[in-house]
Design a protein around this ligand. Structure first.
Ligand code: AMP
Length: 565
């Protein structure tokens, strides 16, 4: 692998037939090679095939459909969009737009995110100037079609991203209506984390002989799995570097590899770890063979304890002393996870595999567990108190080890002179303090907020993003549920269009069902309906009471929210 590492980005993505402008953008983003889904999907999509891909967030699915869209983009072509991407949420609309923009940087692509809650006038203005790619939520796209402010005649490709989510949010009819407005000879691409029968029905009705791709099917990779301790921490993106440092402080690996997705991430993480006092070295495809050899030498010799690397750079690398593999992100495919953790626990050595997962990557973790048949334990991040205790413990064990050394005698005269004026205990305490300070001293850090894991029922069918996503964008601050028992999500057939506000729901639930307001959990209000979390034990009572009450002058449908309604 070594000779062609420096050019592996081109080899990897160029092998898929992507145009030079895209290859340049990918290289600059530090993408070294395509993820499995990209490797499978990009070439057929460029050739114009329809495609159904079962892939969750974290697999690189966005680039898998965005790059082919950009491949056929004609700069200055039609003023009405040639590609339409439908997504369930505003958050995703923005993310996908940004991705298209980044990849299409050298193509001057004009991309517009379109979602409810944003002033329509701004969208109208941009649409009038002309756009190539529209990324939007079905409700708002349909609004534009009805106002005749969005022309879909020139659309060549439609992407349904996170299709299961869109159905869950009640967008099935809107999607049908939108597809009916696009040319029948279009290319249609559907991505979904789960494949319930309703998704299959859409694929059968609207896609032509689609290629089907499913991630995580290669179970052969799991056979070679060593026995290592596997654990994961849920962390919001903003806290990841801090969390990594803290985990390392507690784990104290002899030698570890931290895997990152891109070169940029490698550099960023290396810098942050060095700032924390670790001896960390970056290893990525941008380094020359000579530089890489030197880095490896330092790791083997023990003068480096942490290697921060991309998959490509770490391929084929075998380090005897490796005690920990750390995934700074959930790997883009379950197989990659297995390959990575195969680096520790070799030849009977013990090791640990630790994964940092953002809330929305939890589904990928489940896919990995399914592939390996092994559980990945969800751990709580060390708190500031844990860190303090750990640092003091380190002082204790370091001194304990030193006490068994046989070269202590030469310090006797120093000790004797110190104890002329002070007692032995004070001298010892001062020594411990100095050692503690040399180890980094007192912990001066903020607590990292804990994140609740995805609940079981969400995992079964619906939420690929988990808590903290914009599904619960109307979550009321400071009003968490008082208990932590199981909750039920209740569907109420009234939404923003009926003028519904969170306080109307809380008021109705408190007033009609007698449930204390603090027991009402997260509330999500969409244009047409709302979802509200209540304790499972009170769900029936709330549903009965709300079904018989009037909210904002209407009597809405109220029922348990089903994973696939
Ligand atoms: P997605 O599954 O599309 O949400 O992508 C997950 C993350 O992986 C995003 O942060 C992308 O920027 C990143 N990503 C996608 N493809 C690659 C690749 N080939 N190499 C490195 N990072 C990637």
């Amino acid at each position: 692998m070594d000779e062609d590492l420096a050019t592996s980005t081109d080899a990897g993505f160029a092998g898929l037939g992507l145009r030079p402008e895209l290859l340049r953008a990918l290289a600059d983003l530090g993408y070294e090679e395509p993820t499995p889904i990209q490797r499978e999907a990009i070439t057929p999509l460029i050739a114009g095939h329809d495609l159904v891909g079962q892939a969750a967030t974290g697999t690189g699915k966005t680039a898998a459909f965005a790059l082919p869209l950009l491949q056929s983009l004609e700069a200055g072509g039609s003023d009405s969009p040639t590609a339409l991407v439908l997504v369930p949420t505003r958050e995703l609309a923005e993310q996908v737009s940004q991705a298209v923009h980044r990849y299409g940087r050298d193509l001057n692509v004009r991309v517009l995110p379109v979602y409810g809650g944003q002033p329509i006038s701004r969208q109208l203005h941009v649409l009038r100037r002309g756009v190539d790619v529209v990324v939007g939520t079905p409700g708002r796209i349909l609004d534009h079609i009805e106002r005749e402010t969005l022309q879909l005649d020139a659309v060549r490709t439609v992407v349904l991203d996170e299709a299961d989510e869109m159905l869950d949010m009640g967008f099935a009819e809107d999607i049908e209506a939108i597809l009916a407005e696009t040319p029948t000879e279009r290319q249609t691409v559907l991505f979904s984390a789960t494949m319930p029968p309703r998704i299959d029905a859409i694929a059968r009705r609207h896609l032509r002989e689609p290629l089907r791709i499913r991630m995580g099917r290669d179970t052969s990779a799991a056979d070679a799995l060593p026995t290592v301790r596997q654990s994961t921490y849920l962390v919001a993106r903003a806290h990841k570097t801090a969390a990594l440092g803290r985990i390392l402080d507690v784990e104290m690996p002899t030698a570890a590899i931290v895997f990152c997705r891109t070169r940029e991430e490698v550099d960023e993480v290396t810098e942050s770890l060095n700032g924390r006092g670790y001896r960390a070295e970056a290893l990525h495809g941008g380094l020359s063979q000579d530089q890489r050899d030197r880095v490896m030498g330092r790791l083997r010799g023990g003068s480096t304890e942490l290697l921060v690397a991309t998959d490509v750079a770490a391929r084929g690398l075998d380090v005897e002393q490796l005690t920990h593999v750390i995934n700074y992100n959930v790997p883009s495919a379950p197989e990659a996870y297995v390959h990575r953790i195969g680096r520790v626990g070799r030849a009977g050595r013990t090791g640990a595999a630790i994964t940092l997962a953002e809330p929305r990557e939890q589904r990928m973790l489940k896919a990995i567990e399914r592939l390996t048949g092994q559980r990945i334990a969800l751990e709580k991040l060390p708190t500031v108190t844990d860190l303090r205790a750990r640092r003091l413990d380190l002082v204790r064990t370091t001194v304990q080890d030193a006490m068994s050394a046989d070269d202590l005698d030469r310090f006797r005269s120093v000790l004797a002179s110190l104890t002329d004026d002070a007692d032995l205990e004070t001298v010892a305490l001062a020594g411990l303090k100095l050692l503690h300070e040399a180890n980094g001293g007192d912990v001066d850090e903020q607590e990292i907020p804990a994140i609740a894991p995805m609940r079981e029922r969400e995992d079964r069918g619906r939420d690929s993003r988990g808590p903290g996503s914009d599904r619960f964008d109307d979550r009321r601050p400071g009003r968490g549920r008082s208990g932590s028992g199981p909750v039920t999500r209740v569907f109420v057939g009234l939404g923003r269009r009926a003028g519904l506000r969170p306080q109307d729901l809380v008021g109705a639930i408190a007033g009609e069902a007698g449930l204390p307001a603090r027991d009402v959990g997260a509330i999500q209000i969409t244009d047409r309906f709302s979802l509200v979390e209540v304790p499972e034990a009170d769900a029936e009572r709330v549903i009965r009471a709300l079904s018989h009450s009037t909210i904002r002058g209407r009597r809405p449908t109220v029922r348990r929210d089903r994973p696939n309604h």
